[in-house]
Design a protein around this ligand. Structure first.
Ligand code: ISC
Ligand code: MG
Length: 460
């Protein structure tokens, strides 16, 4: 095994608990499959894993086990609390190699939603520092061990962790890369379909009566399988079939929440902040000329341009508050992914002094691509009309380091897997001229990526 030793870092995290120490050690390993590393944790770390890959495929992260959890059930203070705890934990970190521990997780869509269901008991903020963190960046692979302890016997504990690390790396490098079959679906249902169709009419009427400008209404699709579906099995299909998206999976207990989202909420790299406005949709054409004609019609369509405009306006305002030198193109472009094309406007700026990635997440979430305009009013309408709890669907999911860098996607085109059941989520922006049937069809297109990964029939 090709390995290079970096310095083991000791971090005094005294304010957590007197004597708490954050030990970290990173080695470089010869390239290995991120999915195989994830799968190597099947026995010992099931329920405590995550997977992340950015759109450009320049960063892949896998976490196995929990060295530390930061979670809370706060409402608007939840972002600040995560930020504060992460700061405390990484206060004195010094690493020569610029390799840092990563905090990975997400904030639920709406802490005020009390609807019971598959998300019951899930914290409103859920972040973890992995015991074993794989990072593949610039074609190099690094495995870090994190140990956060106030115990006396850290040295023997760390020795044990090294053994287990070597075992995981070996398994990921040596075992044949598995090919997984697709799950066998035994039942498919669209719960609350009628209620959804009615809600679109009702919400459109509210918008016409000027009670709101835009509201994103979502629904779910429920699947049952012959057998329990495993996380590596499902992630392998997501990874292989959705090349142009953020790919993510987060396990907590019995649940795997996963997806392939085209939408960046925010990325911060060396003080530069980027977001994307993605709203307004049309299907892909069967042939290139039809596809192009559909794209052209999307660019010209007033209803979709309206949906898009609210998002650009709000993200631009938020950037002007938190950044300098904000750049926003005048006109949207097309973003084409496997099943759908969207209107797309990138936004970027230079982070102002004192602004942080979590501050931006707090201010941006939910953008009108997921919530609506005005923010509070649309959230009330969502709570009133959606017969579900979104959990992490449409919510910020991603990572940050201790240097202020990080990236969050909006967790759309996603699903929750629980043993032999899965719940897929999709929604769309409702504006004054929305029509229930075409919004319904838009959600069907948005279900397709996860439905395909889960073994459902998708007519190409
Ligand atoms: C809410 C979803 O998509 C959003 C993102 C892009 C386009 C959207 C739309 O055209 O309605 C939605 O605002 C979803 O996929 O569930
Ligand atoms: Mg739409």
């Amino acid at each position: 095994m090709q390995q290079k030793w970096y310095n083991a870092t000791e971090v005094e995290a005294s304010s957590l608990n007197a004597g708490t120490i954050f030990y970290m050690e990173t080695i470089e390993v010869s390239r290995l499959s991120a999915l195989a590393f994830f799968a190597a944790g099947e026995e010992s770390y099931k329920g405590q894993r995550y997977f992340w890959q950015n759109r450009e495929k320049t960063l892949t992260l896998v976490g196995l086990g929990h060295a530390h959890i930061i979670e809370n059930n706060l409402s608007n203070m939840r972002f600040d609390q995560v930020e504060e705890q992460w700061k405390q934990l990484t206060k004195n970190i010094v690493t020569e190699e610029k390799l840092q521990p990563i905090l990975f997780g997400g904030f639920t869509f709406d802490p005020e939603n009390t609807t019971a269901g598959e998300w019951s008991g899930f914290p409103e903020s859920y972040f973890t520092v992995a015991t074993y963190q794989l990072m593949i960046r610039n074609d190099k692979a690094y495995v870090s061990i994190h140990l956060i302890t106030d115990g006396e016997n850290a040295a023997p504990q760390f020795e044990e962790l090294r053994k287990q690390r070597d075992h995981l790396i070996h398994a990921a490098q040596v075992k044949e890369v598995k090919t997984y079959v697709k799950p066998q679906i035994t039942s498919y249902s669209e719960p609350h379909k009628e209620a959804y169709l009615q809600s679109i009419d009702a919400v459109t009427a509210k918008i016409k009566a000027q009670e709101a400008d835009k509201v994103v209404i979502a629904r779910s699709l429920a699947l049952r399988f012959e057998d329990a579906v495993s996380s590596p099995q499902i992630l392998s299909h997501v990874v292989n079939e959705q090349p142009e998206s953020y790919l993510f999976g987060v396990e907590r207990g019995d649940m795997l929440f996963f997806g392939a989202s085209p939408e960046r909420l925010v990325k911060v790299e060396n003080g530069r902040a980027h977001s994307s406005c993605i709203a307004g949709s049309i299907k892909r054409g069967a042939a290139a000329d039809e596809d192009q004609a559909l794209g052209e019609s999307l660019l010209q369509d007033n209803k979709n341009r309206g949906e898009h405009h609210y998002v650009v306006e709000m993200i631009t305002e938020t950037f002007e508050k938190n950044c300098t030198a904000v750049r926003v193109p005048q006109q949207p472009k097309l973003l084409k992914i496997r099943d759908i094309q969207h209107l797309y406007t990138p936004v970027e700026g230079q982070l102002a002094t004192g602004a942080t990635i979590l501050q931006l997440v707090k201010d941006l979430h939910p953008t009108p691509a997921l919530g609506g305009v005005p923010r509070e009013g649309s959230m009330k309408i969502i709570r009133e009309f959606e017969a579900m709890n979104r959990g992490l669907y449409a919510a910020p999911i991603g990572w940050l380091d201790a240097d202020g860098n990080g990236e969050f996607a909006v967790a759309i085109r996603s699903a929750a897997l629980l043993g032999n059941s899965a719940y897929l989520y999709a929604g769309g922006g409702i504006v004054a001229d929305s029509e229930a049937q075409s919004e319904y069809e838009e959600t069907l297109v948005k279900f397709r990526p996860m439905l395909r990964a889960l073994g459902g029939a998708v007519h190409e």
